[in-house]
Structures are given as C-alpha cells and as structure tokens.
Design a protein around this ligand. Structure first.
Ligand SMILES: *[C@@H]1O[C@H](CO)[C@@H](O)[C@H](O)[C@H]1NC(C)=O
Ligand SMILES: *[C@@H]1O[C@H](CO)[C@@H](O)[C@H](O)[C@H]1NC(C)=O
Ligand SMILES: *[C@@H]1O[C@H](CO)[C@@H](O)[C@H](O)[C@H]1NC(C)=O
Ligand SMILES: *[C@@H]1O[C@H](CO)[C@@H](O)[C@H](O)[C@H]1NC(C)=O
Length: 632
C-alpha cells in the first residue's frame, strides 16, 4: 500500500533533574585477579519495551542480573525499529550517520548494509582485532536471508549461527545459517530454546581457548510471530500474530492485562499526524490486545530461562566473575497506548525506552541508576572500551559508567522502589526515525533526544520534557514529570495555527499561546535537537559545549541542560533557527532538513548581543543566519 500521509518527526525528550545525595558505600563485587581481559556476553531481545521488565514476569533476570548489577532507568533505542537499531549497535553510530533507516530496501536490511561497505567494519570485527574470540547466535538483522546468507557472509565472528529470513520470526519453524553456510530448517522446534542451546555450546567452546570471548545471544522474543504455515512467509506482507510461547509457558499469566494508564485507548485522541486520527478501540479489540500482551510475556519466559542458563554456564566454565553481561533490546513496543494497534516506530516512551542491565567485574550490586541517560550507540562504545577495541571511523558513542565511579549515592537498593541519586554527565539520548510507520502504512520519521538531569535546576526543579518535531510541521511537547504517558501535548494549540508556527504565536486576544517560561525551555530543547540531529563523534556526547557561546562554557559538563537555561542566553536561543522540514519524504534526505547546526552561531555570539543594541557580533550572527537561507 502506498503511504498517503506524510509524517516526519523529530522528538526531543528531556530528562528529570534532582538533588544529589552524598556517598555512603558502594558494594563492589570482589575484583578477582584478572588473568586476561574481561569476557562480554550481550543478550539482545527483539521488541522488548521496558514495561515488561518486572520481577514477577522475569524472576531469573532479576535474580541473576538485576540483583547482581546495575539497571539503567534511562536507556533508549536510537531508532524504534529493529534493523537500524541493530546497525547502530554494530557501528556505534546514530542512524543519521550510518543511514540504515528502515528494515528493507532501499533504506535498510542486510544487503544495504553490504552495499554501504560496513562488512569488516563492525563491533565484532573491532573486538576480534583486539584479541577476542567472537560468537553470535540468533537474529542479526532484517533482510539476512536463506538466499543471501552464503553470498554475503557476516564478518567478525569465530563462529556464528544466525536466524535467517523468511523464518526468523517463525517461533516454531526457525532456520539458521551456521558460519555463513546454507540455511538449515528446524521444524517443530522452539526458536528461543535452540538459541539457548547454541549459546551454551558457544560458551563451552570459547572457554577452551585462552582468548577472552565476546558472545552475542539474540533470541527473537517477544517479537510478533510471523508464521510460515509450511510455506515461506511473505515478509513484504507479513501476517503478524501473537508471539508463540513454548508449551510449558503457554498458559501462564491467564488474567494479566495491559496496565490501564491514561494513555491506554483514551476517550480523547492524542498525539499528532496519523496518531491523532486513530479510532478508539472497542472491547473486542481491547481483549485481543490483552491476549497479545500475555503472548509477549509468555514468549519472554524462554528468554528468562535462557538468561538463567547462560549465567549458570558462565559459572560452570569459571568465567562468571570475569564476564560483563549486558541485557537489552533493539527497540520497545506499544499496545493500545494512544489507541495504537500493537507495534513500534514512534517516538513515545513505549517505543524507544528499553531495558539495560549489566553485571560484571566491579559493577555495583543491585543498583538502579535513574540519573544518567544512555542509548544503544553508547552500549556499543562501552563494549569497545572494555575490550580495547577501536572503530576505524569516527563513532558517536559515550562510555557508560558501569562501575558508577562518578556516582555519589545513598543506600544500594535491592528493590526497584527507591531512588538512588547519582551524578553523571550523560543527560540525554537521541532516537531517530524515518520511512514507514510499519503497521499503519504511513510515512513516519523523527529524532528523539532524551536529556536526563536529576539535579535540581534553580527555578525549575528536576525537569523531564519530551519534545518532537514532525515533518508535517506539527510538534509535541510532554512534561514527563507530570504526564509520563504523554497524553497532554503542550503544543497542541500551536499545531492548530499551522505548520511550524513560531513559539511566540499570539491568540485572538494577543496573549501568547505558549506561556513565556515554556517558550524559554522550548527554544533550548529545539536548539539541542538542532545540534543532535546531525551530530557526529564527541558532539553527540557533549552537545552543550557546542551550543553554548564561548563565555558561557562551563568546565563541568555535568550541568548539561541546566547550563542552557541562563537568562542571559534568552535572545541567543530565541534567534537560533528552529528545527525544520521542507516536506515529508521517505528516507533521510539532508536537503529536506535544513538548516543544519552551524557552530559559528555559538562562537560569534557574545553576551553584548543579548542587549538590545546591535553589536558587531550580533550583526555577524544575523548575517550567518541569513546566509543560511533558512525558512521561518
Ligand atoms: C540515505 O539513503 C537513502 C536511500 O538510499 C538515500 O536516498 C539518501 O540520500 C541517503 N541519505 C544520506 C544523508 O546519505
Ligand atoms: C572482509 O575481509 C575479508 C578478510 O580480509 C575479505 O576476504 C573479504 O573480502 C572482506 N569483505 C568485504 C565485503 O570487504
Ligand atoms: C578467532 O578468530 C581470530 C581471527 O581469525 C583468530 O586469530 C583466533 O585465534 C580465533 N580464536 C579462536 C578461539 O578460535
Ligand atoms: C470492534 O471493532 C472491530 C475492529 O474495528 C470490528 O471488526 C468489530 O466488529 C467490533 N466489534 C463490536 C462488537 O462492535
């Protein structure tokens, strides 16, 4: 079906800001005498939103990982769809730099990955070059098929066993390509159990060598079930069904329901673009959604067992104390929120917010980090740092503070109820999206930035905002502190005025549609998005230094978003060009997303330009702005 509604969005999320506690003690796992570099085990699930991460659903994951490591409250998919997110993991790059923006041609998939010459230049290659043996079992990415798995070999692994299309999502009829060989079908075998067995064998094999190892285990759960019914599933018109459980889990959670938050199938439509036109679902549909949700929880059970088995196996081969185990997912998932059918591809919390848990040498036990904010690109960079690997291009990642060395904290928690303040300079994460909203058959693209800053900001307190700009000219702003389910778009009135309405637009009685204080924040959020939407390398990690005029630079980047709120900078931020799209289109086209951030806008600004008299710097700034020919 040809898409008819165009929607391109940029979403910016800001985090919360709260007070610091001073340290008591961090319990750190005994540092064993390390004979060799640490091993890495990465468990990557498919479409697992953070809402499923609960002890009563996933007891082994809590016992074996959460209680023995750090859980990150703010971890985000760089793109809320599998393939681009997985490429960000393999490349430590944002999608605006790797340009794999969808699951299929011409925007993404395994063949496009090859055409971009990314083979031999992946995380696995770099880690292997750093002296590791490298292993992978499960799904790599979309478009890796029975037809191309031999012709287009995956690089960087000592051994690999990949699920391949069109059988990747067939829980009961998976096909695997081992060591880039021909695909082998496994009829009537539960996919996740096979992935588990393969992972355990790889650990056994890896332990026979003196080399440290890097194993990725990527089961398909809790992705929708795409059945083959004896024939090859047609992935261009996939029939997605409720995920299939192993028989031993098929009747669990008989009465579990999707939490009825205020965003669940609301009486009043919310959001923008196609989301605001979704019809309210009736009781039959709601019942189906609940069954779908139970299917996801059931499909996660085999993964919970897999985690248990992997940890036990590491123990058995005497490598548990020298192994970092990461648990995450490629993107999130939504059912029923904003009246949506099951799926992903939007910039809302359900879609982009995914689990990250880590345990390993020197990682505090049972700690919940709700202060810092990270994404998949950072996880990739962290694995490079831990293994001594290095990309052969400029990557965009930050190293995650696994050992919480920059942390000051109160008591460790073994329940997830208590807040454990930490400091960290990581206050934002970005997500991006282009091309199709898969289920809905409409264009969709956006960038998501999440700024997270739990420290008190003078005059603001801790704050958490989610800001989106769409190619339709609509914008979304949610105060996540007050409105965690993103029901009340603070910019709805602006959207009703027209495309990209100026923030200071007045109503019929000459009153601003958007309150002045909110406008100030909005100008900053937009500016941050402007920098991040084309950032590369260290600018992605520290957009604040890029954005602040020189005399406002602070040595302590931990201030993050707070530093932008200086009132002396009101004019500077108000005059910066706003994030803008010429039109909606399929794919990432820079020409349609002008202007792009220009660092001269910051460096040519001086504090005198904030007064009303026009200084040379100010006229220069204006010249720079005008020469960019950006539209209002
Ligand atoms: C990204 O890929 C698409 C599809 O090939 C292409 O049209 C677009 O120009 C590329 N964008 C960039 C920024 O390279
Ligand atoms: C990757 O590297 C291997 C080993 O050097 C080489 O044989 C292969 O042709 C390379 N593949 C690509 C696509 O460059
Ligand atoms: C893994 O592959 C690398 C590169 O081919 C090789 O140097 C290393 O010896 C292999 N390790 C194991 C354990 O097979
Ligand atoms: C509920 O909605 C579905 C989907 O629109 C429709 O097929 C079904 O007939 C409706 N059921 C009732 C009882 O109205």
């Amino acid at each position: 079906m040809r898409p008819s509604i165009s929607t391109l969005a940029v979403v910016l999320l800001t985090g919360s800001f709260s007070s610091l506690c001073h340290a008591s003690e961090i319990q750190i796992q005994a540092d064993t005498e390390l004979q060799r570099k640490p091993n890495i085990v990465l468990i990557l699930t498919d479409d697992q939103d953070v809402g499923t991460l609960q002890r009563r659903f996933l007891p082994n994951i809590f016992d074996k990982l959460v209680d023995h490591g750090v859980s990150y409250d703010n971890f985000f998919a760089p793109v809320s769809v599998c393939c681009p997110s997985r490429v960000s993991l393999l490349r430590a790059q944002y999608a605006h730099n790797h340009n794999v923006t969808f699951v299929s041609r011409p925007w993404g998939g395994w063949e496009i990955f090859n055409e971009y010459n990314y083979v031999n230049h992946t995380l696995a290659d770099f880690v292997q070059n750093a002296g590791y043996s490298t292993w992978y079992t499960g799904k790599l990415m979309n478009g890796h098929t029975v037809d191309n798995c031999e012709r287009l070999p995956v690089s960087g692994f000592n051994s690999s066993d990949f699920l391949v299309d069109p059988y990747t999502y067939d829980y009961w009829n998976p096909a695997f390509s081992r060591d880039n060989g021909p695909a082998i079908l496994h009829p009537n075998t539960y996919s996740t159990d096979l992935v588990k067995e393969k992972a355990l064998k790889y650990l056994q094999q890896a332990s026979r060598s003196d080399q440290p190892f890097f194993l990725t285990v990527a089961p398909i759960g809790p992705h929708s079930w795409i059945t083959s019914n004896g024939r090859e599933p047609d992935l261009n018109h996939p029939h997605m069904e409720i995920p299939a459980a192993a028989p031993r889990h098929a009747t669990l959670f008989p009465t579990e329901q999707i939490p009825r938050t205020d965003s669940f199938n609301p009486d009043r439509a919310g959001g923008v673009s196609w989301v605001k036109h979704l019809p309210q679902a009736n009781a039959t549909v709601e019942a189906y959604w609940d069954e779908f949700y139970r299917g996801r929880l059931r499909a996660l059970q085999a993964i919970d067992e897999l985690v248990d088995a992997v940890v036990d196996q590491l123990d058995k081969i005497e490598q548990l104390d020298n192994t970092y185990i990461f648990y995450t997912s490629d993107n999130g998932y939504a059912i029923g929120s904003h009246r949506r059918q099951p799926g992903k591809t939007l910039g809302y919390e359900e879609d982009i917010h995914v689990p990250l848990i880590v345990r390993g040498p020197g990682v505090p036990l049972g700690l919940r980090d709700d202060v810092s904010s990270w994404g998949m690109v950072d996880l990739s960079k962290t694995i490079m740092k831990l293994t001594g690997a290095q990309a052969d291009y400029v990557d965009d990642g930050r190293q995650i503070d696994l050992h919480q060395e920059k942390a000051t904290m109160g008591d460790l928690v073994d329940t997830r109820s208590e807040i454990t303040p930490l400091t960290s300079n990581a206050k934002h994460a970005i997500s991006e999206y282009w091309v199709l909203g898969a289920e809905e058959g409409v264009f969709a693209a956006y960038r998501t930035v999440r700024v997270h800053h739990e420290t008190e900001i003078k005059g603001y307190g801790p704050l958490t905002y989610s800001y989106s700009v769409w190619c339709t000219g609509e914008r979304e702003l949610y105060n996540l502190k007050k409105d965690p389910h993103q029901i009340n778009n603070l910019l709805a009135s602006l959207n009703s005025v027209g495309r990209f309405a100026p923030f200071d637009t007045l109503d019929g009685e000459d009153r601003p549609l958007i309150d002045g204080e909110l406008q100030r924040i909005l100008h900053r959020l937009d500016a941050l998005m402007l920098v991040l939407k084309t950032c590369q390398g260290t600018i992605c990690a520290d957009p604040y230094s890029e954005l602040l005029p020189p005399r406002y630079q602070q040595s302590d980047h931990a201030t993050g978003f707070a530093a932008l709120l200086d009132r002396d900078l009101d004019k500077y931020f108000a005059r910066l060009p706003k994030v803008h799209f010429k039109e909606c289109a399929l794919g990432y086209h820079r020409a349609l997303e002008q202007p792009e951030w220009d660092s001269r806008w910051a460096t040519k600004w001086s504090s005198s330009s904030s007064s009303s008299s026009s200084s040379p710097e100010q006229s220069h700034l204006q010249v720079v702005l005008q020469s960019e020919n950006w539209e209002a």
